[in-house]
Design a binder for this molecule. Structure first.
Ligand code: PMV
Length: 319
């Protein structure tokens, strides 16, 4: 049995939109931070028979989740020249059942465990390209620390190690168990119906350049501002779709306003939101305890997780 772990990543400069739907290539460049603690553990084992079996968080996967795993396994079988089938068991060890995005860590861990089980020894770049075809954000979770996924490349690349900036990402869980519209569907809908989609794509390169140079200069204020700008511009593109895609809950807005108020009081706190209602807050680690205490006191916050920059995906058991 091959066992791999990978960690969730949060985009600071957002990916939203596909340049090539079949190959799943992003329309815009993105920049992310991989987070310690938010871990997926995936086992892959060769089995006799004509079908793959997929168990996600203790339950047999069906429908689209099952098909996405099999599609990734098909990519690897084609590379390995194999028609072997696998049993895949994946577990999200996130300290919450709040529905935080697990596709990034999940497909990164799957690419690593399953490629190994099939006898392949892929480079990180190759693993990242395989994971990207399942979920573009997963390409970034192959790497630790700060990573980028460009539009001109099949794979993500590391920009800086985890220790480059001493920060924390606070994850404010605002709702439980709601099933939002999936990111793929929402992106395609935005591209097809939003008059702001083209403007989003046209401005994404400058936002990425701003975020990346702020990161390289270790300028957290500028990086935080670039992150909020990218976040709100991405959501603006989907709000203008028809019908609009609305991931903000009232609680999300309450946390966003609270973050701006904390900034007014001198804290360096910046928010981002993805395809869901939870708010992630970037801050220096020295301010994290005080900011976490402020956020925990909000009625809008059900649970608050504190994550440090995390490591790359890793094989922890190999046959
Ligand atoms: O890769 P997907 O399909 O999980 O899409 C990720 C989209 C966002 O999380 C909203 C942004 C990002 O860059 O991670």
């Amino acid at each position: 049995m091959s066992v791999a772990v990978a960690y969730a990543n949060i985009a600071l400069i957002k990916y939203w939109g596909k340049a090539d739907r079949v190959r799943n290539l992003p329309a815009v460049p993105s920049l992310s931070l991989t987070l310690a603690g938010l871990r997926t553990r995936t086992e892959a084992q060769l089995i006799p028979g004509e079908e793959d079996t997929v168990t996600l968080d203790g339950r047999p996967a069906q429908g689209r989740p099952h098909a996405r795993v099999v599609a990734l396994l098909d990519q690897l079988r084609a590379r390995a020249g194999s028609d072997a089938h696998l049993a895949v068991t994946s577990h999200n060890e996130f300290p919450t059942a709040a529905g935080l995005a697990s596709s990034a860590s999940g497909f990164a861990a799957l690419a690593l465990a399953a490629s190994h089980a099939l006898g392949l020894s892929l480079t990180r770049q190759e693993l990242s390209a395989v994971a990207r075809q399942a979920s573009a954000s997963a390409a970034r979770s192959i790497f630790g620390g700060w990573a980028e996924l460009l539009t001109s490349s099949e794979h993500a690349s590391p920009i800086a190690p985890a220790a480059h900036l001493d920060v924390r990402m606070l994850v404010a869980v605002t709702r439980r168990g709601e099933k939002a519209i999936g990111s793929t569907e929402a992106m395609l809908h935005t591209a097809e119906t939003s008059p702001y989609y083209d403007a989003w794509v046209a401005s994404a390169g400058a936002m990425f350049a701003r975020g990346k140079s702020a990161l390289l200069a270790r300028d957290l204020k500028e990086l935080g501002r670039a992150m909020e700008h990218s976040t709100l511009a991405m959501h603006a593109s989907m709000l203008a779709a028809d019908p609009g895609v609305l991931y903000f809950a009232p609680e999300s807005l309450a946390v966003m306003h609270a973050v701006r108020e904390l900034r007014g009081r001198g804290f360096s706190a910046y928010f981002t939101l993805d395809a869901g209602p939870h708010v992630k807050v970037l801050c220096p680690s020295s301010e994290a305890p005080a900011i976490a205490a402020e956020l925990r006191a909000l009625p809008a916050v059900l649970e608050l997780l504190e994550a440090a920059p995390g490591d790359a995906a890793e094989l922890i058991e190999a046959p």
